[in-house]
Design a binder for this molecule. Structure first.
Ligand code: AMP
Length: 187
């Protein structure tokens, strides 16, 4: 199964991907997680992406297309994968269509108000990227990742003003993908 999860930032793509990948036994590919690791490690991709990410803007398509084509070429992706947070623009979707045949696209619909409320409580593991919430998805031990023991932190781009910018970017650039995949009969 080659699947895409669409939805606004904070809609729950990462949480659903974590569940689905265990059931389907295929990897989740999150460009957000790949880019955060690249920023942390100071790689050339990380240096290109950092300022866009901090501002809640989209990283340029050429950078994302490079990241995703490299990742999809790895052996663990050959029998299937779940894409979380990519594609986010029509040019990314078109580039992806040239790389692989996508089977299904699932759109998670959540109101902007609910997203703003959720994001203020979101915490992520700085080591493995697992996602938690102060009220709705607490770790076994406060501040510690249940999955790997890493430290839980608030993402810089989860602050309310940046969240509003990210939602605006989502509505302008990513929401048109629903129609793109609906026309292909995959939504
Ligand atoms: P995410 O964890 O998916 O919310 O991604 C965090 C940030 O990484 C986004 O706000 C963007 O700056 C960048 N990013 C992740 N995936 C993409 C993508 N497919 N296209 C452009 N920017 C991306």
């Amino acid at each position: 199964m080659k699947m895409i999860l669409l939805g606004a930032p904070g809609a729950g793509k990462g949480t659903q991907a974590e569940r689905l990948c265990k059931v389907l036994n295929i990897p989740t590919i999150s460009t957000g997680n790949i880019l955060r690791a690249a920023v942390k490690n100071g790689t050339p991709t990380g240096k290109q992406a950092e300022a866009y990410m901090k501002a809640g803007k989209l990283v340029p398509d050429e950078v994302i297309i490079g990241v995703i084509s490299e990742r999809l070429a790895e052996a663990d992706c050959q029998k299937g994968f779940i894409l979380d947070g990519v594609p986010r623009t029509i040019p990314q979707a078109e580039a992806l269509d040239k790389m692989v045949k996508i089977d299904k696209v699932i759109d998670l619909e959540v109101s902007d108000e609910a997203i703003i409320a959720r994001m203020s409580g979101r915490r992520v593991c700085e080591k493995c990227g697992s996602s938690y919430h102060l009220l709705y998805k607490k770790p076994a031990v406060e501040g510690v990742c249940t999955n790997c023991g890493g430290t839980l932190v608030q993402r810089k781009d989860d602050h309310p003003d940046t969240v509003k910018d990210r939602l605006r970017v989502y509505h302008e650039q990513t929401e048109p993908l629903k129609e793109y995949y609906e026309k292909q009969g995959k939504l």
